[in-house]
Write a protein that binds this ligand. Structure first.
Ligand code: NPQ
Ligand code: MG
Length: 374
């Protein structure tokens, strides 16, 4: 294929409710969508969509929305425009000379992959060899103003049918919150926590107290760079440690596994540089007996649909954060929102990622766009 044009759509999506983690409270999602038009060698140009999961601020990782847009415009897009024969499988290698910026790179690879699959009339699930029709759907619950409110919010998601509950925690809002949720909903509830790197190894004794609650895992208790420290913590806890922020590439996943820093990995295609790197990490983890699940970055329906297909791979043995679109958004930008029912979401089977962007809704939430020409 040949890249004809790229359009970056700068969106502001209001959240249905404030979402609070150990790094702050979000009330809207800043999202950059990448719309690519490709010459596929025959007939009309084919459009492919990608999504950059970088937040507005560099609080989850070093990337942030405006920085990602700039590195795409200035450094990454020119490489793809110069390619005579572009394929999704070669995007990562072409972009490798630019150091870092996995979320920016992932958005571009995603647009190329979507177009390539659409041109061939293939779904992403077929491309991956995914045979499942549905995948389990878990939900990430933000920090709440009180433990009573937390129990009420969790009850609402369980009534909706979510298969697994993940609680955000931070120092001081952890032990009691988990104990009250366990007490309210019993030992059968699939329950895990996510600290978003809020603790240090000095908190080991406090984190060890979480062992009494039968959690599936503790996600990213320590900092992104703290692989050795996570390995030291893992030796002191019974509860499995899962890494999120630390797993920025297949190489980082290999290091984490080799060091014993993670016995579970949260795979986020945007964070690791794309869906093809995500597939590599899945394969690496599976070969090492490490369970993986698909994390979420409050994606629009485009990323949400692609995640649902990815999560159909056999190594995704734990419910992911692939919630329904309505977990975060009153209106999704795709024509058919992703819905959770009975604890699962459907694996899309349409061409490409299997969803269509609604241009009217896109226009409503777009605050700007940049046309990048050859
Ligand atoms: C579902 C979930 O908990 N996601 C991230 C944290 C997170 C939180 C807030 C976000 C706001 C805008 C964009 C991405 C965001 C990611 C996590 O697993 O650690
Ligand atoms: Mg996380």
């Amino acid at each position: 294929m040949k890249l004809l044009s790229l359009t970056l759509h700068d969106l502001r999506l209001p959240l249905v409710a404030p979402f609070t983690t150990s790094f702050g409270t979000q009330t809207e999602r800043r999202a950059y969508l990448v719309e690519g038009r490709f010459d596929v060698g025959s007939g009309e140009p084919v459009t492919g969509w990608g999504e950059c999961v970088a937040m507005a601020e560099p609080l989850y990782s070093a990337e942030y929305a405006d920085g990602a847009a700039q590195v795409i415009e200035r450094w990454l897009a020119p490489v793809l425009f110069a390619a005579d024969e572009l394929s999704a499988e070669t995007v990562a290698e072409r972009l490798a000379p630019v150091v870092g910026h996995p979320m920016a790179k992932a958005a571009l690879e995603m647009a190329v992959l979507d177009a390539q699959l659409r041109a061939g009339g293939r779904s992403f699930a077929d491309h991956l060899g995914v045979t499942r029709d549905t995948v389990p759907s878990g939900v990430s619950v933000g920090l709440q103003p009180s433990t009573d409110e937390l129990v009420r919010v969790v009850g609402g998601y369980l009534d909706a049918g979510y298969a697994r509950i993940k609680l955000k925690i931070k120092p001081g809002v952890d032990i009691d919150a988990v104990r009250e949720v366990r007490r309210a909903f019993g030992d059968e509830l699939l329950l895990q926590v996510d600290a978003n790197a809020a603790y240090t190894l000095a908190d080991a004794a406090r984190l060890r107290r979480l062992d009494e609650f039968g959690l599936l895992l503790i996600e990213q208790p320590l900092g992104e760079a703290d692989l050795r420290q996570h390995a030291a913590l893992a030796r002191q806890l019974d509860t499995p440690i899962c890494l999120d922020e630390s797993i920025v590439s297949a190489q980082a996943a290999a290091d984490a596994i080799a060091l014993g820093a993670a016995s579970v990995i949260n795979i986020k295609p945007g964070r690791v540089g794309g869906y093809l790197a995500a597939r590599q990490i899945h394969d690496l983890a599976r070969a090492n007996g490490v369970a993986v699940w698909c994390g979420g970055m409050l994606e629009t329906g485009i990323g949400r649909a692609a995640n649902a297909a990815l999560a159909g791979l056999p190594g995704f043995t734990l419910p992911g954060d692939i919630s329904g679109s309505d977990r975060f958004y009153a209106t999704d930008i795709i024509t058919e929102p992703i819905t959770m029912s009975g604890g699962v979401v459907a694996v899309p089977r349409g061409p490409g990622f299997g969803v269509e962007v609604d241009p009217d809704v896109l226009g409503r939430f777009r605050v700007g766009s940049r046309e990048l020409a050859r």
